[in-house]
Design a binder for this molecule. Structure first.
Ligand SMILES: [Zn+2]
Length: 304
């Protein structure tokens, strides 16, 4: 059974079942037209379709599928899902779109950064391309009109340069993708997601500071669920991203090799993710440490 939840009038959460419940959420936003925000993994489509059915929506009711960015846990299911949603258009940043129309580079990159075993878990073999004729590209700043409800598509770089955050104007709700990290409500902990090669700490902080100037009353995390603690979580996201950066930077300065850096970050990741199965923390440590190291190298090269 798929878990669904009414978040607010016209906004519903569907658990995309990323390996287990409670890790990846997709959202239905309902005006006279209906949008789905995020697609989850390539294995998520059956859960999303069942969730839609439970909430009273048919596949042909969906006009738009909006993805915050072209990473596998947000858009890996786009190709499969679009085949099931006959009237939907896919809305994605113009720099993310090529990876969904031709996933070859996305899949090769994922195999490189995740390793074969982890790549299996993401079911890369099930990822299929999205028909280019059904893709609408955006750059941030556009409005998506759902007739009676509007989504403003905010440019929100940091986690990656092509990240967007849809902003629902009626409830002032921000679909924050991976910009702020993973939020676990029962533990009330926010934990960064900082994969190489595109994560940028400086730009993450700039984007969050820009969003802090807006009237946002609800955060809708892709991992996982809603929170009304907007200002506190914005501040916590900046603090955590900065703290992880300091840990990696200090460990790198000790010059004892990559394993030492992973171990240092792993200790913090375990502290920040007490709810996560340890195999996920073990996989996250090298991936996220590399994100910071690549960022630091890029900044150093830029400042020469
Ligand atoms: Zn993600």
């Amino acid at each position: 059974m798929t878990v669904t939840e009414k978040i607010a009038e016209g906004i519903y959460l569907i658990d995309a079942h990323m390996w287990f419940p409670g890790l990846a959420s997709v959202y239905l936003v309902v005006g006279r037209r209906v949008a789905l925000v995020e697609t989850g993994l390539s294995t998520s489509a059956p859960y999303i379709l069942e969730g839609m059915r439970e909430l009273g929506f048919r596949p042909e009711d969906i006009s738009f599928v909006v993805v915050t960015h072209a990473h596998l846990d947000h858009a890996g299911g786009a190709g499969i899902l679009m085949k099931q949603l006959p009237r939907a258009r896919l809305v994605v940043h113009k720099s993310g779109a090529p990876h969904l129309v031709d996933p070859t580079r996305l899949l090769n990159g994922a195999r490189r950064s995740l390793g074969d075993m982890v790549a299996d878990r993401y079911r890369l073999d099930l990822v299929v391309p999205v028909d280019v004729a059904r893709v609408d590209t955006v750059e941030g700043g556009e409005n998506l009109d759902l007739e009676g409800r509007k989504l403003e598509l905010m440019a929100a770089p940091g986690h990656c340069p092509h990240h967007i955050c849809p902003y629902e104007l009626q409830h002032r709700a921000l679909f924050c993708g991976d910009l702020l990290g993973t939020y676990n409500k029962p533990y009330d902990i926010l934990s960064p997601t900082t994969p190489a090669p595109e994560f940028n700490l400086r730009i993450t902080v700039e984007t969050i500071n820009r969003l802090k100037q807006m009237d946002i009353r609800m955060l809708l995390f892709s991992h996982f669920g809603p929170s009304a603690e907007v200002e506190r979580l914005f501040d916590s996201a900046i603090a955590k991203h900065t703290c992880w950066g300091q840990i990696v930077e200090e460990a790198a300065r000790e010059d004892r090799g990559p394993e030492h850096i992973y171990q240092k970050l792993l200790a913090q990741i375990r502290e920040d993710n007490p709810f996560m199965p340890d195999w996920l923390n073990l996989e996250a440590a090298p991936m996220y440490a590399k994100g910071y190291l690549t960022y630091l190298e890029r900044e150093a090269a830029g400042h020469k």
